[in-house]
Design a binder for this molecule. Structure first.
Ligand SMILES: [Zn+2]
Length: 242
């Protein structure tokens, strides 16, 4: 029985190791997706800024058109001035010319504003594009590193996996089934040590009578609370001396 317990302990160690590979790979891959996300966000911001620039450029064209129309209007009214006879007509033309002049003055201010805003948005877009390009280069480098690291981790996992399969084949079928069921149900931890009478899986106390039996190691015992397979290891006397 002691040998069976040793095998289960070794098996648990290998399973824990395998799950750590998955975690390590997930962490590395998350680094990449985080970088990708940051690039996508910047690209969206750049697009928005570029749309803003286009909108402002269109608005500049509209303002210029209004400006030119007002100029034409002034010329026409000035020509008409020579032909009018009554002072009322004359006054009306003068008023139209004044309005057109005011409009030209306003459009010039608006045009200046739109130009400044377009320039600012274009500068912001260019700056973001620079940062984004830098991040893309970093991502390309990082991708190579992560791909290599994942490859190494996968190859090491394969070694551990093979060891695990060999050991699993060596264990009694029903025992293996129970182990795997527990592994699934108990978050990857099926075999745990009892330290000071406490199950290290759920941290509940084991009844003293059962604890004594576990210490003997002649039988497989389950934790009454979490059902994990329990084992007892003599405290390391060398470690105590250190
Ligand atoms: Zn327990």
């Amino acid at each position: 029985m002691k040998e069976e317990i040793e095998k289960l302990i070794a098996l648990q160690k290998l399973n824990t190791e395998m799950s750590q590979f998955d975690q390590k790979i997930a962490v590395r891959q998350k680094e990449l997706t985080d970088r990708e996300q940051s690039i996508l966000e910047k690209e969206a911001a750049i697009n928005e800024l570029q749309e803003k620039v286009q909108m402002l450029e269109k608005s500049q064209r509209d303002i210029k058109a209004a400006h030119d129309d007002a100029g034409t209007c002034i010329k026409e009214r000035q020509n008409k001035m020579m032909q009018v006879q009554t002072s009322r007509e004359h006054q009306a033309l003068l008023k139209e010319i004044e309005d057109a002049k005011q409009l030209i003055k306003n459009t010039e201010e608006k045009l200046l504003q739109a130009m400044e805003q377009a320039e600012q948005a274009a500068t912001e877009a260019a700056e973001l594009e620079n940062i984004c390009n830098g991040e893309k280069e970093l991502l390309a480098d990082e991708t190579k590193t992560v791909v290599a690291a994942v490859k190494r981790l996968n190859s090491r996992r394969k070694t551990v996996f093979n060891k695990h399969n060999k050991l699993a084949a060596d264990l009694q079928g029903s025992r293996m089934k129970r182990y795997e069921k527990l592994l699934k149900k108990r978050n990857g931890l099926a075999v745990v040590e009892v330290i000071d009478g406490v199950c290290q899986g759920c941290f509940m106390a084991i009844p003293p009578q059962q604890f004594n039996e576990i210490r003997k190691g002649e039988q497989l015992f389950s934790c009454p609370t979490c059902q994990r397979i329990l084992y007892y290891k003599e405290p390391d006397s060398e470690a105590d001396e250190k």
